[in-house]
Design a protein around this ligand. Sequence first.
Ligand code: EPZ
Length: 427
Amino acid sequence: MDKLLIRGGKRLSGTIPVSGAKNAALTLIPCALLTDEPLTLRNLPRLADIDGFQHLMTQFGVSHTIQGKRPEDFGRVVTLEATRVTSTVAPYDLVRKMRASILVLGPMLARAGEATVSLPGGCAIGNRPIDLHLKALEAMGAEIELAQGYVKAIAPDGGLPGGEFDFPVVSVGATENAVMAAVLCTGTTKLLNAAREPEIVDLCNLLTAMGAEIEGVGTSDLTIHGVPRLHGATYRVMSDRIEAGSYACAAAITGGDVLLAGAKADEMSATNHALRNIGVSVEEEKGGLRVSADGPLKATNLSTAPYPGLATDMQAQLMALLCKADGTSVLKETIFENRYMHVPELKRMGADIEVDGRTAIVRGVETLNGAEVMATDLRASMSLIIAALAAEGETTVRRIYHLDRGYERLEEKLQLAGADIERVGDD
Ligand code: EPZ
């Protein structure tokens, strides 16, 4: 296993390219199941999770070809083609490695009239149930059966009629599965209190480009008129607002000045608002966002919420930044029940943080010290990197396979901005 060595104290400057969004790509890829024509996705990030999802798709008979991108380029162009679906089963040994595999349930059910997917189980940040995915599909006419650790969904008479579902809790994945199932229904589907994340808008934009009829895109009330078939498309994945926000925190904690090339301000307004409250300058520029911090950082209270609120995926990174702010910040994590695993590791670097249930109290400190730390989940790993960039001395971050799931060539991007960071084999 690799580890990252970071020697803190360097101000970040220059340009960091933002890659395609992991959480958009993971819902765009399964859309290939919704047509027997080629689906070409551009700006796909080179990430372990994306490779894993493409491997899962081959289990169903979906071919994929990677087109003309040089190895040194960020991102890639991939064409997926589900001419025929040869299997409707997503096996345990693949799903357990990547819980986003559950996103094949809706499109497979829509295409083949049935789908058998291993239950994804929980993960480090929470038990991550899928009850809302299943209830939404049942509301559209699916018959759902749970047996031997698998969920089996069947569309009676081979096609879903559609229906209406009001989400009791905003769920990104359940909204995505429901939308992907609804586009080929024989009737109309209404989804109320649907998630509004930009990744959902990206999904709806792709499906519309494939011939779907969706009203209310970007709002929490979606109406989807089923169509008999969808055609192929070529579509560019949106830029990764969480990656951009993560590098913004890295620039800010080092007192740097960085252009985040490809970042879109209107997709990350809650993050930008939080950064400005902390005393970080965030300015739109041609081609991206310029983030700089040359004065003291200010303590700020933050609470995560479904979009357009502050993304839970930004909590750990902003916490790392607030470890160096003047004063005391109170953070509330309202989405997941166990998303503070970065705290013990940050405290080993000298951070002063107390956790009480879903609330974390962060008292800013003058100095963070380099240490040996352990990554535990994707965003927690990034918070350790951010802290290490401002720490005195050297930090070793282990188990960085967590990072490789969601940050494309992280150390290369940070080296571009002047960070002293290298990837080495773990002895
Ligand atoms: C997506 O996860 C993202 N993953 C997560 O990003 C992100 O943190 C999350 O949305 C919230 O924004 C992908 O897009 C691949 P949810 P998802 O369903 O869809 C509860 C990252 O770091 N819930 O919106 O699984 C759930 O327990 C990852 O990139 C149910 O109760 O999140 C949670 O408390 C981490 N029943 C809340 O809803 C369900 O059936 C929100 O979860 C589904 C969810």
